[in-house]
Design a protein around this ligand. Structure first.
Ligand SMILES: Nc1ncnc2c1ncn2[C@@H]1O[C@H](COP(=O)(O)OP(=O)(O)OP(=O)(O)O)[C@@H](O)[C@H]1O
Ligand SMILES: [Mg+2]
Length: 486
C-alpha cells in the first residue's frame, strides 16, 4: 500500500508548543525535513513518544500554519512528528511548498528505487511520480483509493456492491438530488442563509465576486463553494494569499516568468493565472496588493491575457476571479491606496460574511458541528457541559469560525472526561464571571421576551413576518416561543 510521503529537506523555523496541565512551554526550533504526513524537528532534549504537541510555522508564500502533531520517534538531534488532522486546504498548501523544495536526486518515495527523476511512473512499484503536475495529489489519492478498494472488494457480497454503488450515485455524484450548499458550510442564521442564497445565484455565472468579512469568517470557504457550484468545478481552484507573498515575488507568482528574466530566474515558471486556466483564481487579501500589481490585475480583468515577466508574448486564459479582503476597500480607495477602477470591476457582486457574534445560535451549532467532527476523527466520545455551552454563548468570538475550530480542537485533545468544560475550551474567564454573566443573561432574556411579545402582536402572530422583522429564522421564532412559553 502506498503512503503519501514525498519528503523534502528544509530549514524551516517552527515553534513547538508543549501544553502541561499548568503551563505552556514554547520552543523555537526548525524542521529539517517535511512531508504531508509530518516532519523531522531539530531539538536537543528528547520528547516522550506519542506526546501531542502544537506546531506553529510560517510557510513562505503560503502563510501561517498551526497544527497538532504527535511525537512518533525521539532520536539523536530531534524528533519525528506526525501531523494530526491536517485539513484539505492546509494539505494542498503544504504540498505546493513540498513540491517546490523536492531535491533532484530523489528516490521513489514509495519503494525507495534510486534515480527516478526522469520517470513519470516508478518502473519498480508502478506509482505515479509526476510530482510537478498540478493534479498530482488528487490523482495519487485516486490511485491509492482504487488500490485499497480493489484489495477490500474481495470481501464484498453482491448486496454490499449494490449498497456501495447506490451510495456513490446518491451521496457522492448527487445523481437525482439537487446540489445543496456543502454540508460542511454550517449556518442557519438569517445572515448565513442570505450568504448561501447569494452563492447559489452567482456560482453558475462568470461574474467576478468580492468577498468581504472579518478574519476567520469563511471567505475562502465561500470562494470554494462558488467554484464547486460553477461549471468550472472540474478545473483548478487556485488560491493565492496576496499578503503572504513578498512584493518582489508576487508578480512572478501570479503571471510567471521566462528563464533568465531576472536574477534567480533559473528556469521558466508558469504563473498561477495560467495554472488556473479554465478554473477559478482566488486572490485573498487583495487589499494588500501594491498599486503596480493592482493595475496588472485590472489589465488582466480587461483582456484576460497573461504576460510572463521577460516575455513579449501574451497568452489568453479563461479564468474567473474571486477576491477577498478583511480591509475596508472603500476607505483604502479614499486614501488613494486602492485603485477605484479595480474596485468597481471587483465589486460587481459583493458577498459580506457576518461576524460570528452576529450569527445568533450559529455559535453553538458551529461548536457542536466541530465537536462531532473532531471526536469522530479521533474516535472519542465528547459532549459540551452546560457551563461550556454558556461560555460559548457569552464569549465574544473575535477570531470567528477559525477561533471556534481551534478552541474545540484543543478541548477534544486536552479534555480527559467525556464532558468538556470551559477550562478545556480555554474560556475560563467566561466561567469565572458566571455571576456577572447570569445577570446579563437575565437582562437579555427579559428584553428578548419583551421584543418577541411586541413583534407577535404587531404581526398578528404571523411567524414569517415576525422572523423577518426580528431578523431571525422561522425555526428560531418557534424555539423562542417555546423558551418563553408564548
Ligand atoms: N460556516 C462555516 N461552517 C463550517 N466551517 C467554516 C465556516 N466558516 C468558516 N469555516 C472554517 O473556518 C476556517 C476559516 O475559514 P476561512 O479560511 O474560509 O476564513 P477567512 O475569512 O478566509 O479567514 P482569513 O481572513 O483569516 O483568511 C476554515 O477552516 C473554514 O473551513
Ligand atoms: Mg482567507
Amino acid at each position: 500500500m502506498a503512503r503519501l510521503d514525498v519528503r523534502c529537506k528544509v530549514d524551516l523555523p517552527v515553534n513547538v508548543i508543549i501544553e502541561g496541565s499548568q503551563n505552556k512551554a514554547v520552543a523555537e526550533t526548525k524542521f529539517t525535513s517535511l512531508s504531508l504526513g509530518g516532519g523531522f524537528i531539530e531539538c536537543a532534549s528528547p520528547h516522550v513518544e506519542n506526546k501531542i504537541i502544537g506546531l506553529k510555522y510560517d510557510l513562505p508564500a503560503y502563510g501561517e500554519f498551526e497544527v497538532f502533531g504527535e511525537v512518533l520517534r525521539s532520536e539523536y538531534g530531534g524528533i519525528a512528528a506526525r501531523f494530526y488532522n491536517l485539513n484539505r486546504d492546509a494539505k494542498l498548501k503544504l504540498w505546493d511548498y513540498i513540491r517546490e523544495n523536492i531535491q533532484d536526486d530523489i528516490s521513489c518515495p514509495y519503494c525507495g528505487k534510486k534515480n527516478i527523476q526522469k520517470l513519470r511512473r516508478c518502473d519498480s512499484c508502478g506509482w505515479s511520480l509526476n510530482f510537478f503536475s498540478q493534479d498530482y495529489i488528487v490523482e495519487h489519492e485516486k490511485e491509492s483509493f482504487i488500490h485499497r478498494l480493489a484489495i477490500k472488494s474481495k470481501l464484498f457480497t453482491i448486496e454490499d456492491i449494490y449498497k456501495i454503488l447506490n451510495f456513490v450515485d446518491v451521496e457522492v455524484l448527487k445523481i437525482g438530488k439537487s446540489l445543496e450548499i456543502n454540508e460542511e458550510f454550517v449556518g442557519s442564521s438569517q445572515g448565513m442563509l442570505n450568504v448561501f442564497s447569494m452563492i447559489r445565484k452567482i456560482a453558475p455565472t462568470d461574474i467576478p465576486v468580492l468577498i468581504t468579512g472579518d478574519s476567520g469568517t469563511g471567505k475562502e470557504l465561500t470562494a470554494m463553494a462558488i467554484h464547486e457550484r460553477s461549471l468550472r468545478k472540474n478545473k483548478p481552484f487556485v488560491p493565492i494569499n496576496c499578503a503572504a507573498i513578498p512584493e518582489n515575488l508576487i508578480e512572478a507568482e501570479l503571471f510567471g516568468h521566462e528563464k533568465g528574466s531576472f536574477t534567480g530566474a533559473h528556469k521558466q515558471k508558469i504563473g498561477k493565472f495560467e495554472y488556473a486556466d479554465g478554473g477559478t483564481i482566488f486572490l485573498d487579501e487583495i487589499g494588500e496588493l501594491s498599486p503596480n500589481l493592482q493595475s496588472k490585475i485590472l489589465r488582466f480583468l480587461e483582456d484576460k491575457v497573461v504576460e510572463k515577466i521577460g516575455s513579449n508574448d501574451g497568452k489568453k486564459v479563461d479564468v474567473r476571479l474571486i477576491a477577498a479582503t478583511n480591509k475596508d476597500l472603500k476607505s483604502a480607495m479614499a486614501k488613494g491606496m486602492f485603485r477605484k477602477d479595480l474596485f468597481y470591476r471587483l465589486d460587481i457582486f459583493n458577498i459580506n460574511l457576518p461576524p460570528v457574534r452576529e450569527r445568533g445560535d450559529d455559535k453553538l451549532i458551529l461548536a457542536r458541528y466541530f465537536l462531532n467532527k473532531f471526536s469522530k476523527e479521533m474516535n472519542l466520545k465528547k459532549t459540551l457541559s452546560p457551563e461550556a455551552i454558556d461560555a460559548i454563548n457569552c464569549y465574544d468570538w473575535h477570531g470567528n469560525v477559525r477561533e471556534i475550530i481551534n478552541k474545540i480542537r484543543r478541548a477534544v485533545v486536552m479534555s480527559r472526561e467525556v464532558s468538556i468544560t470551559p477550562g478545556n475550551l480555554d474560556l475560563e474567564v467566561a466561567a469565572l464571571k458566571m455571576e456577572e454573566v447570569t445577570s446579563l443573561r437575565e437582562v437579555r432574556y427579559s428584553i428578548e421576551k419583551q421584543k418577541l411579545i411586541e413583534a407577535m402582536k404587531h404581526c398578528n402572530n404571523n411567524i414569517s413576518k415576525v422572523a423577518r422583522i426580528l431578523g431571525i429564522s422561522r425555526p428560531s421564532v418557534y424555539s423562542l416561543r417555546r423558551k418563553y412559553n408564548i
